[in-house]
Design a protein around this ligand. Structure first.
Ligand code: AMP
Length: 350
């Protein structure tokens, strides 16, 4: 099946073609027509399934079919994400897929100066991608107006609740047009009672979309366990990277401190390494990720929250230096590899 049959505009099809996508992923096939129809959606899908294009493409289509003719552009689509990195990635997708459309977008998150964001918002933005905390700051300073939002997307809603954003989300929902006057899309990898409650409050007769969970695609991801003495994990990791000549490895640790220490030790072993976690400044996180994507940093050591939503194409190796506490995190972690049809390997040191 090709993208042509989904009813997307020529501008969007051109952008998709330029990305080199040949056919829609399962979530895209299901979500795009439903969202274009204006329906609410509750979708079970993780990062790596193509969900971002799954909501971005129909969102762009709806906004461009109904352009604002005069005056300043109000925010008509709002995408909330749990992390800065995910916000940046969704923003980049909006730019990529919308490059042939006359729509403007902005990305707003904390940890960086607020004034450039205010300037950008003042110019008028059709699509706003934001993390909840900084968006609330803008709302309380009246530098953003959410009263004309037509489409709301909650991306990785489960992680937003895990990170304690429920109160911020409630406050933001109160600033949007009344439910019923807007389209709501909720994406989540897992469906706890709390998520279902949020969905009940937020969604109007949603269409339910489920795609195969990442752990059902394990045939593309080879999973390996190495039992090893705790004190010798670092040594084994260096050995694996060196002897198997891994060029790009994402390593997960449980703590920020552990991530820093491991990155330093790997550097001592002669491997270029960087740590990425919540205590690092946004600039440091962006630099580390960019260096890793360019292949200058061979090992990126991350905590779960920092790694959430990282979109690194064709990442071949993921290592669990420590196993996570909850199964969902394991699924998310190994989902960094084996993306979009590529093979991947996930190694756990236990
Ligand atoms: P996501 O789940 O949205 O984070 O997307 C995962 C990765 O799949 C991203 O690197 C996308 O660029 C890529 N992708 C999205 N849609 C397609 C498609 N239809 N064909 C190939 N790759 C895609």
């Amino acid at each position: 099946m090709s993208f042509d049959t989904l009813g997307l505009s020529a501008e969007l099809l051109r952008a998709i073609d330029e990305q080199g996508y040949n056919e829609p992923t399962p979530i895209q096939r299901k979500a795009i027509p439903i969202i274009m129809d204006g329906k609410d959606v509750m979708a079970g899908a993780q990062t790596g399934t193509g969900k971002t294009a799954g909501f971005t493409l129909p969102l762009l289509q709806r906004l461009s079919a109904n352009p604002i003719k005069n005056g300043r552009r109000p925010v008509r689509a709002l995408v909330l994400t749990p992390t800065r990195e995910l916000a940046a990635q969704v923003g980049a997708s909006v730019d990529t897929y919308g490059r042939h459309l006359p729509l403007k977008s902005a990305v707003i998150f904390g940890g960086v100066k607020i004034n450039p964001q205010i300037a950008k918002l003042r110019q008028g933005v059709d699509i706003l991608v934001a993390t909840p905390g900084r968006l609330l700051d803008h709302a309380s300073q009246k530098t953003v107006d959410l009263s004309q939002v037509e489409i709301l997307v909650l991306d990785e809603a489960d992680r937003m609740l895990d990170m304690g954003f429920i109160h911020d989300i409630r406050k933001l929902l109160a600033m949007l047009p009344k439910n019923g006057a807007r389209q709501n899309l909720l994406f989540s990898a897992t469906f706890s009672g709390e998520i279902k409650q949020l969905a009940n409050r937020l969604l109007n007769q949603p269409e339910l979309i489920e795609v195969a969970r990442q752990n059902a695609t394990a045939d593309r991801i080879k999973q390996v366990v190495h039992p090893v003495d705790k004190l010798r994990k670092r040594e084994l990791l260096s050995h694996l990277i060196g002897s198997q000549n891994w060029r790009q490895v994402l390593v997960f640790t449980r703590t920020k401190h552990g991530a820093n220490r491991l990155a330093q030790q790997l550097e001592k072993d002669g491997l270029s390494a960087a740590a990425i976690h919540g205590n690092k400044s946004q600039g440091a996180r962006t630099r580390a990720l960019a260096g890793f994507k360019r292949g200058e940093v061979r090992v990126l050591v991350a905590t779960d929250i920092a790694a959430r939503g990282l979109d690194i194409d064709q990442l071949p190796h993921v290592v669990n230096f420590e196993l996570p506490n909850v199964p969902e995190d394991y699924v998310h972690r190994i989902g960094r590899t084996g993306r979009a049809g590529n093979e991947g390997e996930a190694v756990s040191l236990v």
